[in-house]
Design a protein around this ligand. Structure first.
Ligand code: HPA
Length: 270
């Protein structure tokens, strides 16, 4: 793994990736952030050594290097999900690469199902903490000390100063952001009503199929993490609601403009 990361980093540096200030994973809802970026390099995943190729409709696969709001960023447009059959190491590989390109900061976005009764479809939530419910951890196996310690402290997983800053940005822009706990499952099934109840009872506000592995690996390498989640559907107590991938995509798309606007100002003052 160590050698693979170094090989990929070297390849990207030769293609013009220099040291980024921030690594950004564009999940559903932030796909168009690349439109406001001054792109220096864009490389499709299939050309990058050791990268997998995203197999999900609506998730494109490109790695970008460039500038947003004066900050150098490396952007992963489209992520790898555990439910696609990739290993946890494959899913989190790009985060290792971002770190060794030279950034200590990770920003993620995703779509999730809201189980908090105060949430509605289209809301955007700052992720304040996470619950790993994927039943597999990306750090299982022999620990590579050059990446980080065997036992990783997860008390301060989502960076508090970055959360405060985003709350300020939202206030400036008159946007009502939610804040809460994201629970990560493997998917690809959406939850049964009983499972949505379980998610709520476990203390989460939303549930989704990504992010937790990437953030664990980022913390392994001592990176600061920040995350936004678009609520694309609801698992509300006592109500029979259905959800489809298409609905999730539509709701996430509808939030893109607001998400990008938040992120542009956030990056400018970070
Ligand atoms: N459950 C799991 N993953 C999701 C959901 C959901 O309701 N919505 C978007 N991603």
């Amino acid at each position: 793994m160590w050698n693979k990361v170094q090989e990929t980093v070297k390849f990207l540096q030769e293609k013009g990736f220099s040291t980024p200030d921030y690594g950004i994973v564009l999940g559903s809802g932030l796909g168009n952030l690349v439109d406001v970026m001054q792109v220096e390099v864009k490389i499709p995943y299939e050309e990058i050594p050791n990268f997998k190729v995203s197999t999900v409709a609506g998730h494109s696969g490109n790695l970008y290097f460039g500038t947003i709001s004066g900050k150098k960023v490396v952007i992963q447009q489209g992520r790898f999900h555990f439910y696609e059959g990739w290993s946890m190491q494959d899913v989190t590989f790009p985060i290792r690469v971002m770190k060794f390109l030279g950034t200590d900061n990770l920003i993620v976005s995703n779509a999730s199902g809201g189980v908090n009764a105060d949430f509605k479809v289209g809301d955007i939530m700052i992720i304040s903490d996470q619950i790993g419910f994927l039943m597999e951890n990306p750090l299982l196996g022999i620990n590579e000390e050059r990446f980080g310690n065997r036992f990783v402290d997860m008390h301060d997983t989502y960076d508090k100063p970055m959360i405060v800053l985003m709350e300020q940005v939202a206030k400036n822009q008159n946007i009502n952001l939610k804040k809460g706990v994201y629970l990560g499952v493997s998917g690809p099934t959406f939850e049964t009503p009983a499972e949505y109840n379980m998610v709520r009872n476990l203390g989460a506000d939303t549930v989704g199929m990504s992010t937790v592995p990437e953030v664990i690996v980022a913390k392994h390498m001592n990176m600061k993490c920040f995350g936004l989640s678009v609520i694309t559907d609801l698992g509300v107590e006592g109500e029979v609601v259905s959800v489809s991938h298409e609905e999730v995509q539509i709701a996430a798309k509808a939030a893109e403009k607001v998400m990008s606007k938040l992120m542009v100002e956030f990056l400018s003052i970070l």
